[in-house]
Unconditional design. Structure first.
Ligand code: ADP
Ligand code: MG
Length: 590
């Protein structure tokens, strides 16, 4: 998982290397400030209390012990300010570069997820909860970002500091250093154990968070249904219960995470006690000079910070890797609908044919059974039958939202799988009962059918779909923004926007799936007229309940339990006195 996160990071090698170099510079400068203890001691107490260090310190010691005491102190102050002055721009640069590294990497992951989700088949989406996917794009990427910041950037920064401080400590006294070292493996074991626990907990926590999102998005989508069934209380209780679970696990896992720094702090205290005693003995016996003891103490105190940060970083990295895993579930998802057709479907010439087509969503329940069907160019075919009979499923096979389990669907004698998905879908227009409007202007919503359409084509489509009055009554006309989900627009208007889209797209094949089912009489009249405009010169499959729509079809196909049970025109089917006739008389009576 870390390797996969690394793959995204390594896209920015130059940036990454610059960040590492600057981290190193900042760490060395930080080490310098600790090393300054030696010249400070020699200047305050005389050089007998201090040992010489690297050349730069020997030079410093000489420089600060030449003049009188006050002069020396001023020199020391200047040196200190100088070191911090040099560190300052590097620290800023480090912030800037590491932020851009982090944001670039995360944006790449986010865009990859979004891109993959738009490309994944309808089948994939119909089988996955949108709340879960949403949580992956928003929450998981945020956690990966956090893990990158803590687990990679802070990790790197603190590693360098660790090396510098440990180096200083080793130089100051190897005896004290090894005493400290003896106590560390124990610390590491504790940390690793807790880290593993934390990771597991956070995976569960992420799932519970996604579940909260799913519940909320289901509620928002189904608010009408919830209200009509008076289920507000039930939904609220369900949400409350999920929240209680989430809260409990959140507190538990975060407590576990807090264990990491708290336990390392305690270990630090044990360490300090040991050093104080041994260090004192070494000074009394003249083995080390006091300044070395002070440098050692300084670096050991300062090294606590990177160690603590490294512990935190470890926990956060584990935490982020769980999210990376979840993000990769999308990025690496394999799709069942393969876009492997090489041929371009240039035009629709003769017929659509279903040959022995069987389909099921899962093996246990067949939805379509050995279906044979031919729709000739120019025909308007109505598909009727009891709800759940497989009508929607059947038409979804034509644009390949799903592929048949067996049998083939052909257009002009060729298996539709031999065409590229894009060229196939360009030839098909779909209007369904639930029209999706995007949070954008009315113009752009209509232009969805063909973003490159000219102004006159746009106006023509508005006229043909009887939207002229609707648009003229809008405050800002075509530029009016559709409120979120277009709740302010009536069902009939939505349908006509969908028709305008389809007219702009101008596909030879049309699928209308219960497009008129939810409308009142006035809206329906307008819609019928718009629909008639849309149908002109096209091949259409209309799924409808209303016989007024069905009656004018060239051919009516009655589908029940996944099989064609009757076929013919309106009067032929009435004479047959079968399922269609029953249905017709029932509606006629109403
Ligand atoms: N995405 C899906 N996953 C599983 N089963 C489905 C799915 N969509 C529809 N079904 C089932 O397939 C059957 C046919 O549904 P559908 O084609 O929508 O019928 P119709 O449009 O004739 O009402 C129904 O039993 C329905 O429950
Ligand atoms: Mg249906």
């Amino acid at each position: 998982m870390l390797r996969k996160l690394g793959r995204y990071l390594f896209e920015y090698k130059a940036l990454l290397i610059s960040v590492l170099i600057i981290m190193m510079i900042v760490a060395i400068l930080s080490g310098f400030t600790v090393g300054m203890i030696t010249p400070i001691v020699s200047s305050l107490f005389g050089s007998t209390y201090a040992s010489s260090g690297p050349w730069i310190f020997r030079w410093l010691i000489k420089w600060v012990t030449q003049g009188d005491r006050l002069e020396n102190l001023i020199k020391l102050a200047i040196s200190l300010i100088l070191i911090y002055g040099i560190k300052f721009p590097f620290s800023l640069l480090l912030y800037y570069l590491s932020d851009s590294l982090e944001q670039r990497t995360i944006a790449d992951i986010r865009v990859d997820m979004f891109g993959k989700l738009t490309n994944l088949s309808y089948r994939f989406h119909s089988e996955t909860k949108s709340g879960e996917l949403l949580s992956k794009i928003t929450n998981d990427t945020e956690k990966i970002r956090f893990a990158l910041r803590r687990g990679v950037i802070h990790l790197g920064q603190n590693m360098f500091l660790l090396v510098v401080y440990l180096g200083l400590a080793l130089w100051a006294s190897w005896r004290l250093f090894f005493l400290a070292l003896l106590l560390t493996p124990f610390t590491l074991l504790v940390i690793q154990f807790i880290g593993k626990k934390v990771r597991g907990k956070f995976t569960t926590l992420r799932k519970e968070r996604a579940f909260l999102n799913t519940l909320a998005s289901e509620m928002l989508h189904g608010i009408k249904i919830i209200k009509s069934f008076g289920m507000e209380r039930y939904e609220l209780d369900r949400f409350k219960e999920a929240n209680v679970n989430y809260r409990k696990n959140y507190v538990k896992s975060h407590l576990l995470k807090a264990f990491l720094p708290a336990s390392s702090e305690l270990m630090g205290a044990v360490l300090a006690g040991g050093i104080l005693v041994l260090g004192g003995i070494l000074i009394f016996r003249g083995v080390i000079t006091p300044d070395r003891f002070l440098v050692f103490l300084g670096s050991i105190i300062l090294v606590q910070q990177p160690i603590r940060q490294l512990n935190l970083a470890y926990g956060d990295l584990q935490h982020g890797l769980a999210s990376m895993e979840s993000a990769l579930e999308i990025i690496e998802a394999t799709d069942i609908i393969r876009d492997e057709g090489k041929e371009i479907l240039k035009s629709f010439g003769k017929a659509i044919r279903f040959e022995d087509v069987s389909f099921s969503y899962d093996e246990s329940k067949p939805i379509l059974k050995n279906l044979n069907l031919k729709i000739k160019k120019g025909e308007t075919v109505a598909l009727v039958g009891p709800s759940g009979g497989g009508k929607t499923t059947l038409v979804n096979l034509i644009p390949r939202f799903f592929d048949p389990v067996s049998g083939v669907i052909e257009i002009d004698g060729k298996d539709i799988r031999s065409f590229s998905l894009d060229s196939l879908r360009k030839k098909i227009g779909i209007v369904t009962q639930d029209v999706i409007l995007f949070n954008d202007s009315v113009r752009n919503n209509i232009l969805y059918g063909n973003p490159k359409a000219t102004k006159s084509k746009l106006n023509e489509s508005i006229k043909k779909s009887h939207l002229t009055t609707f648009v003229s009554e809008l405050k800002k006309g075509l530029e009016t923004e559709i409120g979120e989900k277009g709740e302010r627009i009536s069902g009939g208007e939505k349908q006509r926007i969908a028709i305008a889209r389809a007219i702009l797209k101008n596909p030879p094949i049309l699928i209308l799936d219960e497009a008129t089912s939810s409308l009142d009489a006035v809206s329906e009249k307008l819609l019928q007229d718009a629909m008639a405009e849309l149908l002109k010169g096209r091949t259409a499959i209309i799924i409808a309940h209303r016989l007024s729509t069905v009656r004018c079809a060239d051919r009516i196909i009655v589908l029940s339990k996944g099989e064609v049970v009757e076929e013919g025109n309106h009067s032929e089917l009435l004479k047959k006195n079968g399922l269609y006739a029953q249905h017709y008389t029932l509606q006629f009576k109403e």
